[in-house]
Design a protein around this ligand. Structure first.
Ligand SMILES: [Ca+2]
Ligand SMILES: [Ca+2]
Length: 162
């Protein structure tokens, strides 16, 4: 199995190695992923949890210190969100979405307005289940995201361009 996987990856790299401009970014991303502790879903971004549990704002700051921000681009894409859920839901980390400025008006940390076509909530979310829940994390129990108290202490899911 390992040999087969190596063969498939090697073949893939050879195909990518034909110099086509379209493949250069992906090729670089695959190479970098081999020597990195970040997670690469091959969407042009990489992902990593913060080292400590913290409130939403402090988790975001820890991402800044790594040249990143809380995850937004990948969480807006249902396919990538599913991959990130598989990888990180055990830690149910913070992501880059909040309605702290105005209740019910969700804004992504990169400035994109949250809408029903770019927010993929988990079942029965958002529900203000513990009170005034204004910050968003990956839902532990089901694929999707959830509103939670911004003061909850969770890891942050950081996102950085490759
Ligand atoms: Ca809210
Ligand atoms: Ca909730």
């Amino acid at each position: 199995m390992k040999v087969l996987c190596s063969f498939v990856i090697a073949s893939f790299l050879i195909v990518l190695g034909n110099g086509q401009q379209c493949c250069n970014d992906l090729r670089r991303e695959i190479r970098e992923s081999m020597y990195s502790d970040w997670f690469f879903p091959l969407n042009g971004y990489k992902y990593k949890l913060t080292s400590r549990n913290n409130n939403w704002n402090s988790a975001r700051y820890e991402c800044y210190l790594m040249g990143a921000d809380l995850a937004a681009v990948g969480i807006r894409d249902p396919e990538v969100e599913g991959i990130l859920w598989d990888e990180f839901h055990d830690s149910f980390p913070w992501v880059g979405l909040t309605d702290q400025a105005r209740e019910g008006r969700y804004v992504w940390v990169d400035g994109v307005a949250g809408t029903s076509s770019n927010i993929f909530w988990g079942p029965d979310e958002p529900n203000h289940g513990a009170g005034n829940e204004d910050c968003v994390n990956i839902l532990w129990s089901d694929p999707g995201i959830s509103d939670a108290l911004c003061s909850d202490r969770l890891k942050g899911l950081c996102e950085k361009k490759v």
